[in-house]
Write a protein that binds this ligand. Structure first.
Ligand code: UT7
Length: 330
């Protein structure tokens, strides 16, 4: 028996900076080329913040759109959850700054940190608060400004990353044909060093030396992450289909973490999902970490690729190592 209330998506939004960083731009900065990047990743360009823009700029843009689409005002919210690994500042949480920018007072606001799986973790937290009856309207944001921790001298990582945000307003519903019907979260901490930023925390406090050694940038074991990613994305799709008793025909769209087109196609091919049922916008934005899935979902909605009545699978993996999925009836 399903538990009610459930969390339904009432509004979606996205936030992207105007500035484009194309493969041609990267060719001028690094020993790389458009053909290699396109063939190995599917990425053609990414968006990058300009001076004066930050995590909160993108988050608030996405949040305002989601709130407007939900037909409510920010004052109607009961909780704000922000998933990010690139906070506005080390202290306080980004969610509190977003709350202030939205002009709301008093409601709880906190961050969730699970890298590229962050939005799925945040969505699960928001959904749980609704299912227990504690809150009725929850804003969940996934946002990252990865350009702030990308080493533009490292061709193994810098070609992948971009900046972006997406948001959803969750509302309580008793409609059994609607809502987040399944979530799944996992982590394998022994793989923490597959993708990490060595300095800036308590293990290695920021110093002139850590800055000179470029230790504030993302270090990644690309091939190891690739193998992990394909395995976990396949596992997530299998879990979502099985737990919700769905076939590929029942699913209208898979919205995967926009990480690498080859990872996305390898994972979805295993279940014979046709590419028309797999939403891809990695060519325009690259990997925006916690922003990736909600940005793609918001764009899919705006383009009419998904709409009321659609059954959607979300799947993501990332640093931690973490992996997470959800099945949503819109
Ligand atoms: O959410 C964060 C999670 N991160 C990921 O999911 C990343 C997962 N990994 C990947 O997407 C891929 O491993 C990469 C796109 C990072 C790399 O692609 P790959 O097919 O695994 O390439 P590789 O690292 O095996 O390198 C193949 C060759 C090497 O040259 P040699 O040794 O064969 O001569 C590299 O030096 O390609 C070279 N190479 C490049 N060439 C041009 C590596 N990066 C580049 C580059 N441009 N940017």
């Amino acid at each position: 028996m399903a538990n009610f209330p459930r969390a339904a998506i009432a509004g979606l939004g996205s936030g992207i900076p105007e500035k484009v960083l194309s493969n041609a731009d990267l060719e001028k900065m690094l020993d790389t080329n458009d053909e290699w990047i396109t063939q190995r990743t599917g990425i053609k360009e990414r968006r990058i913040v300009s001076p004066g823009q930050s995590t909160v700029t993108l988050a608030v843009q996405a949040a305002k759109e989601a709130i407007a689409q939900a037909g409510i005002t920010a004052d109607d919210l009961d909780l704000i959850v922000c998933a990010t690994i690139t906070p506005e500042m080390p202290l306080p949480t980004t969610a509190c700054v977003i709350q202030s920018e939205l002009g709301v007072k008093g409601i709880p606001a906190f961050d969730v940190v699970a890298a590229c799986s962050g939005y799925l973790y945040g969505l699960t937290v928001g959904s749980q608060f609704i299912m227990t009856g504690k809150y009725k309207r929850v804003l969940v944001i996934g946002v990252d400004v990865l350009s702030s921790m990308t080493d533009y001298e490292d061709r193994g990582t810098s070609i992948l990353f971009g900046d972006g945000a997406g948001a959803a307003v969750l509302v309580a519903t008793d409609d059994e044909d609607k809502g987040i019907i399944h979530t799944v979260l996992h982590a394998e901490g022994s793989g923490w060093n597959y993708i990490h930023v060595p300095a800036g925390g308590t293990r290695k406090v920021t110093s002139a030396e850590t800055v000179a050694n470029r230790e504030h940038f993302i270090k990644m074991r690309g091939r190891d992450v690739y193998k992990f990613a394909v395995e976990k994305m396949q596992w997530l799709l299998g879990d979502c289909l099985e737990k919700c008793n769905l076939t590929v025909d029942d699913v209208d769209m898979v919205i995967p973490h926009q990480v690498n087109l080859r990872i996305i196609t390898s994972a979805t091919r295993k279940f014979n999902f046709p590419m028309e049922k797999v939403f891809v916008n990695i060519d325009k934005y690259g990997n925006t970490s916690a922003g990736s899935v909600p940005l793609a979902m918001s764009e899919a909605w705006r383009e009419g690729a998904i709409g009321p009545g659609s059954t959607v699978i979300l799947a993501a993996f990332g640093a931690g190592l973490t992996w997470a999925g959800a099945v949503i009836k819109l």
